[in-house]
Ligand binder design. Structure first.
Ligand code: DAH
Length: 361
């Protein structure tokens, strides 16, 4: 019997190359080099050859064995890499994909509106101050020229905390407006003062236009030569920027507040034709804020000389201007914590309101 090592090599090598996957390759390996494999069988057959041929064929078979083992290793590498690539492709996760929009949280219109207000007045050079929600009688009333008998102090309008005797503690009141932040700022800072104070306020009210907790933003500018013209200019700038209208008509109506003299309520021009509210056009008016020149007595209470300094102040309802700008009809819905409402009226949280990039995302 003769053994053709070359033919065996060619045949097995082509089987190795043709193996489509790792399992098939292993099949080829077993059929060539396994216990009952072709090469093993041929080795066993060497005994039947004459000594000369046995030596030559034995060497040739060993060389074939090495060549096959090397070819199997190489093919294995190729197949493993291919397998890995297929797997990577199939199980791929694209970490660069943006978050799906429906999973994003929304910013409440109150937060958005406060951000817008801060951005606009910030650009005019006013900075933000805060004060406590639980105020004392001096800051919430007395220093604002509201003496103890003033009607705003009555319990039907105002929330007082209970004192140790179980009675209302007149010195622990949920602030009824943001105006006490005026007092705190004037007590702790020297003029010139240019600030706004957005925050929560509380009154004992509940209907379509009143909730027991609501928000205001206070404005205060104190310097040596501030006059009513500055107040008008400041509010005009604000309304144009906030409502994104070229020149919002403003009406200053004479009014009364104990802490300003003279005082004015400010209306913006609008139209309500066909039930649709449009800001900045038409012959209707909507009240948005109270304002005036800071009363000399208030300056006095805060240790600022009214002969040397004067200034203007204003207080605006945040919910009010949010409802007007974003067409939200009922104030009470702001505080129902309904995610469907928030989904509809809320804002993208990533973009921050700024005059340069636009107020609304
Ligand atoms: N504090 C007033 C209120 O809550 C609003 C107000 C009016 C604030 C006139 C002011 C102002 O600073 O000058 O009704």
């Amino acid at each position: 019997m003769s053994i053709d090592a070359d033919a065996l090599k060619t045949e097995l090598l082509s089987q190795i190359e043709a193996a489509p996957d790792l399992a098939a390759l292993d099949g080829v390996r077993v059929s060539a080099l396994g216990k009952k494999g072709r090469i093993t069988a041929a080795m066993k057959g060497l005994g039947g050859l004459d000594p000369e041929a046995r030596k030559a064929t034995g060497q040739a078979l060993n060389a074939v064995k090495d060549a096959l083992a090397a070819a199997i290793d190489a093919r294995k590498d190729v197949l493993e890499t291919a397998e890995m690539n297929t797997k990577l492709e199939a199980e791929r996760i694209d970490v660069t994909l943006p978050v799906r929009p429906e999973q994003r949280g929304k910013l409440h219109p109150i937060s958005q509106t406060i951000d817008e207000v801060v951005a606009i007045f910030g650009a005019m050079g006013l900075s933000v101050r805060e004060g406590p929600n639980i105020e004392d009688g001096f800051h919430n009333f007395t220093a604002l020229n509201m003496p103890p008998e003033h009607p705003a102090r009555q319990m039907m309008d105002t929330f007082y905390l209970k004192g140790e005797d179980g009675e209302a503690d007149m010195d622990r009141v949920l602030r009824t407006h943001t105006s006490p932040v005026q007092i705190r700022t004037m007590q702790s800072e020297k003029p010139p003062i240019r600030i706004i104070a957005p925050g929560r306020t509380y009154r004992s009210d509940y209907d379509a236009t009143h909730t027991p907790m609501f928000h205001q933003v206070e404005g205060l500018v104190i310097d040596k030569d501030i006059n009513f013209g500055h107040l008008k200019g400041c509010l005009q700038e604000f309304c144009d920027a906030y409502f994104e209208v070229d020149h919002v008509p403003l009406r200053f109506r004479p009014s009364y507040f104990p802490f300003t003299e003279p005082s004015a309520e400010v209306d913006i021009g609008c139209s309500r034709k066909g039930g649709e509210l449009k800001i900045g056009a038409g012959d209707d008016w909507l009240e948005i804020l109270g304002s005036g020149m800071v009363h000399p007595r208030v300056l006095d209470y805060c240790g600022i000389d009214p002969e040397e300094y004067q200034g203007f102040a204003f207080g605006m309802g945040i919910e009010r201007i949010a409802m007007l700008k974003y067409g939200i009809p009922d104030l009470r819905t702001f505080y129902e914590a309904d995610v469907r409402w928030l989904k509809h009226y809320g804002f993208a949280p990533i973009e921050v309101a700024s005059l340069e990039r636009g107020l609304t995302p």
